[in-house]
Design a protein around this ligand. Structure first.
Ligand code: TYD
Length: 213
């Protein structure tokens, strides 16, 4: 049984997700909720080790299929060790990226087969899906300029055309999951983005209360 709320944040590199995760966590904690923040790839001791392999710019020979399996291994550990126990306690889990990243990056970006990625995500998530996903949508030129300021890692170094494919991958997912995935225009100011996220979340929390009664 899961009583908690699972919220994931998605978007291309440099879209400002991490800032929003930190802000929302603070805000929800202030309201008295138990909040568990995590990120992908990573979020557990073992998953962070896998993250180091994935994001090391020296690992140029890493095959796309290996990348997929490492991402899912990292995810499965995170779900078992952190996400599921937190949801069972009734906590709100905020994840900076989750399985939609794999559909967008490995399928749309790296051109792995749809069926393979779907199957791999099923294993990696252990069937645990977010209740709400915020897709911070943004033009890759703008986002990459921001990301480069902080130093590009192996995946970010893939360039604009790659990020554009990833963006389109996300927009395809929105069509598939229109109720779960909420698109936020990430080119707005930080304050405007925050307000949009809070509004969508408040509406969703209301809707869930109504359903519980
Ligand atoms: P990170 O430095 O955390 O970037 P960001 O702040 O943009 O999330 O690096 C995560 C990188 O890993 C990012 O480029 C996206 C990539 N990634 C995938 O390709 N597939 C995935 O399933 C996940 C979770 C991340």
């Amino acid at each position: 049984m899961r009583d908690g709320l699972f919220i994931s944040f998605e978007g291309i590199d440099g879209c400002g997700k991490s800032t929003q995760v930190a802000r929302l966590a603070k805000c929800l904690k202030g309201q008295g909720h138990e909040v568990v923040c995590t990120r992908e790839p990573g979020g557990t001791r073992i998953s962070e080790k896998i993250r180091m392999i994935l994001l090391n710019p020296a690992n140029t020979e890493l095959a796309p299929i290996t990348e997929l399996l490492l991402l899912e291994a990292s995810r499965a550990q995170l779900v078992q060790e952190v996400i599921l126990p937190a949801l069972e306690r009734g906590a709100i889990v905020l994840s900076d990226r989750y399985a939609d990243s794999t559909s967008a990056y490995q399928e749309a970006g790296r051109a792995l087969q749809h069926a393979e990625v779907v199957q791999a995500n099923k294993l990696g998530t252990c069937g645990v899906e977010p209740d709400i996903t915020f897709l911070m949508d943004m033009n890759p030129h703008e986002a990459l300029a921001r990301a480069m300021e902080h130093g590009a890692d192996r995946i970010e170094a893939a360039g604009i055309a790659f990020q554009e494919r990833v963006r389109q991958g996300y927009l395809t997912l929105v069509k598939e999951y229109p109720n779960r995935i909420q698109v936020i225009d990430a080119s707005m100011s930080l304050e405007e983005v925050s307000i949009s996220i809070d509004q969508v979340l408040a509406k969703e929390l209301d809707r869930r209360e109504v359903h519980h009664d």
